[in-house]
Write a protein that binds this ligand. Structure first.
Ligand code: ZN
Length: 277
């Protein structure tokens, strides 16, 4: 079985400090949290940024740039910047969403398909998705292809057929968001079975599904994503004091399940991402 890539999504845009006081806000806090996770064994950090003063979701390029710079100064961790840009209201939000690609991170998330998402509508028109994939390819940025439903997976596989994504493709199955696909084992198996043989995939499960789904993935040869973006509790009613607690738990479980954890260099090789300069 392949070595395990541990992704950590340290803040997302939804959780607040009222929900968990450990949510990082400033670029320094986000980077420090990423580095704590890297020391614990995480290989990829998925980054959203917040307004430093208020913690509101932000999408300013300079905030992404500072997080990227701080993490790279201290580690060889792979950095995955979001392009979800949920709250953008400008003249050309589609283009604004692609600003993180131009910063040259190792990966960017690429949301394929639209859905009802926590009371809002997450819109990803086909032409934008194609354009985003092409932009990432041109910039040498690996897309982390996020699929929330089986239709999204079909669309992504069609994109692979049209040569929009450089080899090897890398998928994130996003399970349990209201109202995407549910976070359970039959659904995970359905996603896995519909992915062409040999393609790298990871899974995230929202809330209490984070632990069982990531454990299933470890047994099935997939990779995992943990962190506050998807789940703020270590166990029922117990907020985690750092994202690193989730990473430590994955590392412990991987040991028990005899699944070796990938180093950052090994993850780069598996994902076809050049070594850190
Ligand atoms: Zn995200």
């Amino acid at each position: 079985m392949q070595k395990l890539i541990i992704n950590v999504a340290v803040c997302g845009s939804a959780p607040t400090r009222e929900m968990n006081p450990a949510i990082p806000h400033t670029p320094r806090e986000i980077a420090e949290e990423a580095l704590r996770c890297w020391r614990a064994g995480a290989t990829v950090v998925h980054v959203h940024v917040r307004e430093p003063e208020t913690g509101e979701p932000a999408f300013r390029k300079e905030l992404f740039a500072e997080v990227l710079e701080r993490i790279r100064a201290e580690s060889d961790m792979l950095v995955n910047l979001t392009t979800s840009g949920f709250n953008l209201q400008g003249d050309d939000p589609g283009e604004e969403r692609l600003a993180p690609v131009s910063l040259g991170p190792d990966l960017c998330s690429l949301d394929v398909g639209s859905l009802n998402f926590r009371g809002r509508v997450f819109i990803n028109p086909t032409d934008w998705v194609d354009k985003a994939a092409q932009r990432m390819r041109q910039n040498g940025v690996k897309p982390e292809i996020e699929v929330f439903d089986l239709g999204h997976l079909r669309q992504a596989v069609d994109m692979l057929g049209r040569g929009l994504v450089a080899d090897p493709p890398y998928f994130q199955f996003c399970l349990g968001v209201p109202w995407g696909a549910p976070a359970d084992l039959p659904t995970l198996m359905a996603f896995k079975e519909r992915l062409p043989e040999g393609i790298l995939w990871s899974v995230l499960g929202v809330g209490a599904a984070q632990l069982p789904l990531t454990t299933h993935a470890m047994l099935l040869g997939g990779h995992v994503r943990v962190g506050f973006e998807d789940n703020i509790y270590l166990s029922k009613g117990v907020p985690a004091d750092s994202n690193a607690r989730f990473v430590e738990r994955v590392v412990d479980l991987a040991k028990i399940l005899q699944r070796e954890v990938a180093t950052c260099d090994e993850a780069r090789e598996m994902l076809g991402i050049p070594p850190k300069a």
